[in-house]
Design a binder for this molecule. Sequence first.
Ligand code: ATP
Ligand code: MG
Length: 501
Amino acid sequence: MDDLRLISDLKHPHNWYPDARVIQRKIFFHAGPTNSGKTFSALKRFREAKTGVYCGPLKLLAAEVFTRTNELGVACDMVTGEERRYAVDNLHPSAHLSSTVEMLSTTMRVDVAVIDEIQMLRDEQRGWAWTRALLGAAADEVHLCGEFAAIDIVKKLVAPIGEHVEVIEYERKSKLTIANEGLGKYDKIENGDCIVCFSKKSIYYTTKKLDEYGIKPAVIYGDLPPSTKLGQAAKFNDPEDPCNVLVATDAIGMGLNLNIRRIIFNSLARQTELIPNYQALQIAGRAGRYGTAYADGIATTMRKEDIGTLKEILAEPIQPIKAAGLAPTFDQIETFSFHLPQASFVRLLDMFMAVCSLSDHFFICTVQEMRALAEMIEPINLPLKVRYTFCVSPLNIDHKLTATAFVRMARRFSTGSPLTYDWLESVLQMNESPPKTFEQLAELERYYEVMEEYLWLSLRFPDMLPDEEIVRLKSKEIDQLIEVLLELLLPPFSLIESISI
Ligand SMILES: Nc1ncnc2c1ncn2[C@@H]1O[C@H](COP(=O)(O)OP(=O)(O)OP(=O)(O)O)[C@@H](O)[C@H]1O
Ligand SMILES: [Mg+2]
């Protein structure tokens, strides 16, 4: 037990990154509200530097920085969980790299590292990735962008290393007003409005309501593949396009460039809980974007009676973040398994969570998702490293289709036979006829997720999942199909009545 406690002592995570520890890093914190030019300034330093890495919260943002940096004449590569792209080719890697934060290599030495949306270190699931990037980026200059609320915790985390944090404060580049009245009626919807919903069902419902007023909106929610999201965003942004209204989930909270004039909260609760004020601010802050037709923004609510609550939420002082996420590393789990050779992987995880010790500035990220994946493949015989990798993959197994595909991938892997595209096709048994309902569209989204999982695994086990190229092509086809179908399925919603709201 003492040995186990020693292994799971997570009190000094800064010691996990020897490459960063030999550098006297300068840390800059670009702090400010949304739309204040934080990322813009940090990216300027990134592009000026001889070598640099950008760590973003989303694939779409990593892709945007990749494209924009190359457009500006600075060769930049990209790496996300599922994809690597090169300005030239893999034999000539560029000196600049745009990536999702989880993919940062803590052994890659660079002049400048940008870590965007640093306040995400408070995130229950993904927080560990920001903590790791903050402590582990092997860069002379580390540029953090994010909310004021993260300044204290960042200072505390780097204090034991003796690193100083220079805070650069930003102000919003445009005005944001909170309306005095909720909208009350759909006929008050105007061009540049974005209605924010917290579930897919209320998205469907709202779109249907808008149809009654002859409005055909663009739609964005988390499960949509990237090119569909970009397509919908472009349609909404294009002044020539008749579509000038957007219905979205809080998937728009980060990253996409949207010309929104007014954010309308359809409700202020996710399931039954009021959204926290930092989320409300982040969403409201999407209204008005510097340099667009709608520089000044307005935030309001759909229901008249909600406006008071919105004002209260937004007026609450934002609490400084108290703790940053951590997650067990593979090495720690491996050492655990050495001491507990009979224990199953799920049991190792549980034991780790039970005995690990943390300092006050940290919390351990939920391992629920990892655990759920681990349980599904528990009986399958896999080497520890493979099992761990399968379990940290970002697949959502809430649906039967994705869950079954996951198990079958692990089982096939354990037999030593490669997971070819033909094999994957036989697992998915995709319905050839085009979907006519939103449920069927959702099924297509699931196929897309499974293909993303394949791509994620194929980057890590290319020999066992050799058909990356064809799967990437197929997944792009599905993305395009979803985009077309979404357009067709939006009002008049033939079968929408079958969905209980
Ligand atoms: N100095 C500048 N000159 C020209 N454009 C700018 C400047 N600063 C910011 N912008 C533009 O203003 C918009 C908002 O800037 P940016 O994305 O850097 O804001 P942010 O503070 O990072 O906000 P978010 O909370 O959305 O991450 C972007 O479209 C950016 O290109
Ligand atoms: Mg930003």
